[in-house]
Design a protein around this ligand. Structure first.
Ligand SMILES: NC(=O)c1ccc[n+]([C@@H]2O[C@H](COP(=O)([O-])OP(=O)(O)OC[C@H]3O[C@@H](n4cnc5c(N)ncnc54)[C@H](O)[C@@H]3O)[C@@H](O)[C@H]2O)c1
Length: 307
C-alpha cells in the first residue's frame, strides 16, 4: 500500500472506551504503550508471558503469544472481540534464542496475533517491525545501504534471522489485510529507549562511533514509539502500511554526511539530509499520520529512570 493514496475510514478509528490488546505489554516499549493508550482513555488488555505491570491496564493476561488458544482468549473477552491490537511480543534482537527459534517464535506469534485479529473482526492492528528488516543492523558482515536517507521501499538485504523475522512479520500484516480486510500498520523502529537505557547507548556510541555503523546511528525515544502507536490507532487508516519511525537526529555529534563518507562510502546521499539528521526517512509517517517525534537526545535529560 505504501506509495498509494491512503484511505481513511471512521469505522477504523480507535478512541476513548475502545478495548486494545497490547502483546509484549511488560517490555521496554509495551509498558509505555500501555500507559499512553490508557491515558488516551482506551481500555487496555495487557498480555505478556510475564505478568505485566497492571498500571493503566484494565485486564492483564499471562501466557504465550505462540499458543493459539491463549491468543484467542486475549483477542476475545467477555464483551466480544477487542477493537484493536498492538502486537509487540517478540524476541527484540538476535542472541536471546537460537537463530531458528528467534525466527519461528517471532513469525508464529505475529501470525497468530495478526491473522487471529482479522478473523475475530478486530478493527485495526499495529505491530512492531524493526529497522533491522532492512538487514544492516545485525548482519554478520558489513553491508551498506545503496542510498540514504533510507525510505520504506529500499529492499531488504537481511542475512540474519531476526531481520528475516521482521520481513516476514510485515508480510503477515499484508496477508492479514488481504485475507480479512483488517488495516495493518507495521512500524520500523530503530533502537528504542529513553532515560538510563538511552544514556547507556549514547555513551557506547560516543566511545566508538564506528561500532554503531550497522545501526546507522539511528534511535527513537520510547515515548515517541508509543505516540506513533497511538497515532496509527486514531488515524482510521485502511489497508497495509510499513512506516519508518525514528528520532529526527542521530546518536552522535559527528555530522551525518561525514559519518556516511567515513563508514559507508558507497552509500549515495539522496534528497535532503540535515547536518545531524537521521538516516531513516520518516516522511511517509508524517504524510500518513501527521506524526512527528517529540524527542531528540540533545533536548533529553538522560537522568530519567529507564523505560
Ligand atoms: N527496543 C528496541 O530497541 C526495538 C527496536 C526495534 C524493534 N523492536 C521491536 O519492538 C517490540 C518490543 O520490543 P521491546 O524492546 O519492548 O522488547 P522487550 O524484550 O523489552 O519486550 C518484549 C516483551 O514481549 C514478551 N514476549 C516475548 N515473546 C512472547 C510470547 N511468545 N508471548 C508473550 N509475550 C512474549 C516478553 O516477555 C517481553 O515482555 C519487539 O517486536 C521488537 O522486535 C524493539
Amino acid at each position: 500500500m505504501n506509495g498509494k493514496a491512503a484511505v481513511r475510514d471512521p469505522r477504523h478509528v480507535i478512541g476513548q472506551g475502545d478495548a486494545v490488546l497490547v502483546t509484549g505489554a511488560a517490555g521496554v516499549i509495551g509498558r509505555v504503550v500501555v500507559r499512553v493508550l490508557a491515558e488516551a482513555g482506551m481500555r487496555v488488555v495487557a498480555a505478556d508471558r510475564v505478568e505485566a505491570d497492571a498500571d493503566g491496564a484494565e485486564r492483564v493476561m499471562v501466557g504465550d503469544a505462540c499458543e493459539a488458544r491463549f491468543v484467542e482468549e486475549c483477542l476475545t473477552g467477555p464483551e466480544g472481540a477487542v477493537d484493536a491490537v498492538v502486537h509487540l511480543a517478540a524476541f527484540p534482537a538476535p542472541g536471546q534464542a537460537s537463530e531458528d527459534v528467534t525466527l519461528v517464535h517471532n513469525v508464529q506469534s505475529a501470525y497468530l496475533v495478526l491473522d487471529g485479529a482479522g478473523r475475530a473482526g478486530v478493527r485495526t492492528a499495529v505491530a512492531a517491525s524493526s529497522a533491522a528488516a532492512y538487514g544492516y543492523a545485525w548482519a554478520e558482515r558489513d553491508l551498506s545501504p545503496p542510498y540514504a536517507p533510507i525510505d520504506e521501499v529500499q529492499p531488504s538485504v537481511a542475512i540474519d534471522s531476526y531481520g528475516l523475522s521482521k520481513v516476514v512479520t510485515e508480510e503477515i500484516g499484508a496477508f492479514a489485510t488481504r485475507r480479512w480486510g483488517i488495516p495493518t500498520t507495521l512500524l520500523r523502529f530503530p533502537f528504542v529507549g529513553h532515560g538510563q537505557r538511552l544514556a547507556a547507548r549514547l555513551e557506547q556510541v560516543q566511545e566508538d562511533v564506528g561500532a554503531n555503523r550497522r545501526e546507522l546511528w539511528t534511535w527513537l525515544d520510547t515515548r515517541d514509539a508509543a505516540r506513533a502507536v497511538l497515532a496509527v490507532l486514531t488515524s482510521g487508516l485502511t489497508g497495509h502500511h510499513v512506516l519508518n519511525i525514528a528520532a529526527p537526529d542521530s546518536t552522535t555529534s559527528e555530522p551525518t554526511a561525514e559519518l556516511l563518507a567515513k563508514h559507508h562510502p558507497d552509500t549515495a546521499i539522496r534528497g535532503a539530509l540535515e547536518p545531524h539528521g537521521s538516516l531513516l526517512d520518516t516522511r511517509l509517517a508524517r504524510t500518513l499520520l501527521g506524526f512527528e517525534p517529540e524527542h531528540g537526545w540533545r533536548s533529553v535529560s538522560t537522568g530519567e529512570p529507564a523505560a
